[in-house]
Design a binder for this molecule. Structure first.
Ligand SMILES: O=P(O)(O)OC[C@H]1O[C@](O)(CO)[C@@H](O)[C@@H]1O
Length: 450
């Protein structure tokens, strides 16, 4: 089966071949830390073998639950934030038609998926309640800790909506909780209330959890093929098993990023040319940023959606500060195509494009932009995706996970924790007056002049 490929030819002007061989010892060391589980945070590296070592019984329950949701609901509200949200959103968007939720029921493979609990916006929750209206729905609440404020608030709202609509007992049949196997507020509530539960394994951190029930249940409910997703990831696990940069493209990507970083290219833009891939970048940003951004080090992960953002960020990318490099994720074969419609005359100046497809325009645009950006001093890496399908996505997920696992160790940090996220939570809890934060409450309120 065709699989993703990684291409460094467009950094030739910026990086010499010998620089890759010089990076090999660092990558070999990182590979050993990762695979022998001797590096910092190794207890959270079970994702390395997840595609060949996952709970088959739970996988079957996920598929059964997805079928049940499809049979009794029009909508699945997926509640979660960060790693308990972005992987599912990425995959649901990538594997379904762009306007999936707006299609007629018989045009859609599975249920409509709406996400909640990923902000503190009241308007978002109010508007989603209005969208649901009198349609049948179920809820998948996802939280490893079970105490994250945003999803906890959203869960209250949608749990009460379910109870109002179906009654307390029937509401419980429509709630699916994905959480820690043994502990946490959500775990305890699920046990007490008898919700069907799915597990976020102890050894898999949030941002690496898309191939667990965290991603798999929403993805399956949307109608996408989670078996093929896992099989793409499994083939990637086999493919990226060598520590040699020349035999392992995930490590070649890690090495290329690290070489560029050392030369002052400290911001990486993940570029896509399909609107359905916008959330691939959002997922990738958490994966990279939360893993690498520690001890005042790490590549800042950003993204741009082309050609849209060429008309907003294009100027900066072409001529702004020269600390950017791009990684383009390019789809080699579009999921659907369109001929430019014929029109008599040439009032819109598009006659020269007649006879070629819109996807060819997309491809030529991407090639042209790459050349222009290289000329402007922006190194350009490329990941080619053969198809917009579950197999390729599973492969791609594993590619990025392996790359950041190794890359994190080259920075000498723990790629699997996220201590810095606590700072905002402390400030927020203090200002909200959460019990246990009394001293911090005084200090933060004083800073606001309260
Ligand atoms: O699944 P939880 O515990 O609700 O956490 C959600 C997200 O919050 C973080 O812990 C911090 O933002 C992420 O690492 C995680 O993906």
């Amino acid at each position: 089966m065709a699989h993703i490929t990684f291409d460094t030819k467009n950094i030739e002007n910026f990086v010499a071949d010998h620089e890759f061989s010089e990076m090999q010892p660092l990558i070999t060391m990182a590979d050993q830390q990762l695979r022998n589980r001797t590096g910092a945070g190794a207890e959270y590296s079970d994702w390395v073998t997840l595609p060949t070592d996952y709970d088959q019984e739970e996988f079957a329950r996920i598929q059964a639950a997805a079928k049940r949701i499809q049979s009794n609901s029009k909508i699945l509200v997926v509640i979660g934030i960060g790693g308990s949200y972005l992987g599912a959103k990425m995959a649901v968007d990538f594997l379904n038609p762009v306007f999936n939720n707006e299609l007629a029921d018989d045009q859609r493979q599975g249920v409509k998926i709406y996400f909640a609990g990923n902000s503190t916006s009241a308007a978002y929750l109010n508007d989603l309640v209005r969208v649901i209206g009198d349609q049948d729905f179920s809820v998948n609440v996802i939280s490893k800790s079970g105490t994250t404020t945003e999803p906890s608030i959203a869960f209250r709202v949608f749990k009460q909506l379910l109870e109002k609509k179906y009654g307390a007992a029937a509401a419980k049949e429509r709630i699916y909780a994905t959480t820690d196997a043994n502990r946490g507020a959500l775990h305890d509530e699920a046990q007490e209330q008898g919700y069907e539960t799915f597990t976020i394994p102890d050894g898999v951190g949030g941002r690496f959890s898309v191939l667990t029930a965290v991603g798999l249940l929403p993805i399956a409910a949307s109608g996408a093929d989670i078996q093929k997703l896992m099989s793409g990831a499994k083939d990637a696990q086999d493919e990226y098993s060598d520590s040699n940069i020349e035999k392992n493209e995930a490590y070649k990507y890690a090495a290329a990023r690290r070489i560029l970083y050392d030369k002052g290219y400290t911001t990486e833009l993940l570029i896509n040319w399909e609107p359905s891939m916008q959330y691939l970048s959002e997922w990738w940003k958490q994966l990279m940023g939360e893993s690498e951004g520690k001890n005042q080090k790490g590549i800042y992960p950003s993204s741009a959606n082309f050609s849209t953002d060429l008309h907003s960020l294009g100027q900066y990318i072409q001529e702004g500060r020269r600390d950017l490099f791009e990684t383009v994720v390019k789809l080699d074969n579009p999921v659907s195509n369109l001929d430019l419609p014929h029109e008599d005359g040439n009032n819109d100046g598009l006659q020269y494009l007649e006879g070629i497809t819109i996807d060819e325009v997309n491809t030529k645009a991407s090639q042209g932009v790459t050349l222009a950006h290289i000329d402007g001093g922006v190194p350009n890496l490329a990941v080619h995706l053969p198809a917009q399908d579950a197999y390729s996505l599973g492969y791609l997920i594993y590619f990025f996970e392996m790359a950041v696992g190794a890359s994190g160790y080259t920075f000498g940090i723990n790629p699997f924790n996220q201590p810095g996220v606590e700072a905002y939570k402390t400030a927020m809890f203090a200002l909200l007056g959460k019990p246990g934060y009394e001293e911090a409450t005084k200090a933060f309120r004083a800073r606001l002049g309260e």
